[in-house]
Design a protein around this ligand. Structure first.
Ligand SMILES: CC(C)(COP(=O)(O)OP(=O)(O)OC[C@H]1O[C@@H](n2cnc3c(N)ncnc32)[C@H](O)[C@@H]1OP(=O)(O)O)[C@@H](O)C(=O)NCCC(=O)NCCS
Length: 374
């Protein structure tokens, strides 16, 4: 057994997966063999969610059935709605997402059943109800009435409807859908690995997704999209951006929305999301954040050769769509539930308890001195 430490499991291959493939050498990402960009161009989010969960793209009747199931499961229990009304209004929505999925685990009659069919039924409930719960909290914390979900609206349209009381232009909904497609799955990232680790003890899907949400919250992972917006707000104006970013780099600050553990010369998801960020900025007639975006990106590449990751364009896109900054990572959650679930099901299908080793560096063999002699 080697004593070599691979901190952060850097470069370690721990298992096989059929869900997605990240290919930094050709700057590509595929879900079940389909390029994410191609899916963004030709599919709506529900088709991609179906693909990630079932392994194949749906035909029309399979999609209809899947959409009907999701729409049917949107309704929250009265208890959960009451709980959401009682959550502290200043709670972070990521903590609300985590707690909500955990509460759903208390309510679900199949929590203990880890069979593939029961897991798929539970996935549909978590997938359908989590955005509804988050949108309900979006309203409650502003002192507004919760808007019930509508069965005639798509997944993305319903989220807008429940947060804002209206569905925006088709182009905005498409940009949101694209962001969900790009966020849906990314192989063995921190939160997915967390979900698989929890699953490996044969724990249940609610627990695994609850843990994954906690992991996604961190600023080195999903929380980066919120940090990007905080940075852009601190920069304030395009004319301050050059000085701000150079100072940050002089101070050796970590600049959020840049860098990646796997992609070292650019995140394959960025060009597509960048294009839709531009479209949203044009529709909203607000070019300020795009200008800041370009200046910061140019300096990061020129000075550090560090490229943006997908959180860099999604942050300002969600801001222009009207979402509060602390809802950016919860939007990531509502999409990534699909990827996490596919991995949880895959882990159950060929499970091996995940249990790495550690090299001990603490005190050796000490004798216990009784309390009255210490
Ligand atoms: C994502 C991230 C954690 C990857 O980390 P990693 O693979 O462990 O790589 P490291 O943190 O060791 O980075 C390697 C070098 O690049 C620098 N670097 C990496 N990302 C950086 C960033 N965003 N800003 C400034 N410097 C950065 C590191 O400081 C380090 O420099 P050093 O070798 O002089 O110490 C890291 O790039 C980061 O913190 N990014 C910001 C958070 C973010 O956007 N996360 C979302 C990821 S999708």
């Amino acid at each position: 057994m080697s004593d070599e430490i691979k901190k952060g499991l850097l470069g370690i291959v721990v298992d096989e997966t059929e869900v997605s493939k990240v290919m930094p050498e050709i700057n590509s990402l595929t879900y079940r063999g389909y390029a994410a960009q191609d899916l963004c161009a030709k599919c709506k989010f529900e088709e991609v969610a179906y693909l990630i969960l079932n392994g194949e793209l749906p035909n029309k009747s399979q999609l209809k059935k899947f959409e009907n199931q999701e729409r049917k499961e949107r309704k929250l229990s009265n208890t959960l709605l009451q709980d959401i009304r009682r959550f502290p209004r200043n709670a972070h929505p990521m903590d609300v997402a985590r707690t909500t999925v955990s509460i759903m685990g208390l309510e679900d009659k199949e929590t203990k059943d880890n069979s593939p069919t029961a897991n798929m039924r539970k996935v549909m409930r978590i997938f359908a109800k989590t955005p509804v719960a988050l949108a309900a909290f979006y309203r409650v914390r502003k002192g507004k009435k919760i808007i019930p979900p509508k069965k005639n609206l798509s997944f993305s349209e319903n989220f807008f409807h429940m947060c804002f009381g209206k569905v925006p232009d088709k182009e905005i909904v498409k940009a949101f859908d694209v962001s969900l497609i790009l966020y849906a799955e990314h192989s063995f990232n921190v939160s997915t690995f967390t979900a698989r680790t929890i699953t490996s003890s044969l724990s249940d899907i609610h627990g695994a997704i609850t843990g994954a949400i906690a992991s996604l919250k961190g600023p080195l992972h999903g929380g980066a999209n919120e940090e990007v917006m905080h940075m852009m707000n601190k920069i304030k104006k395009p004319e301050y951006a050059f000085k701000w970013i150079n100072k940050a780099l002089d101070n050796k600050d970590v600049v959020m929305g840049f860098g990646h553990r796997v992609y070292k010369s650019g995140d394959s998801r960025v060009p597509t999301m960048r294009e839709y960020f531009g479209k949203v900025a044009r529709l909203k007639k607000d070019k300020k954040f795009e200008k800041i975006y370009n200046i910061v990106e140019k300096v990061m590449i020129e000075r550090k050769n560090i490229h943006p990751n997908v959180d860099y364009p999604t942050g300002p896109t969600y801001h222009l769509m009207g979402f509060d900054t602390d809802f950016f990572t919860p939007i990531f959650v509502i999409s990534r539930i699909t990827g996490w679930s596919a991995h949880i099901i895959e882990q159950h299908a060929a499970n091996k308890l995940i249990r790495p080793l550690a090299k001990y560096k603490g005190n050796q063999h000490r004798k216990v001195v009784r309390l009255n002699q210490r």
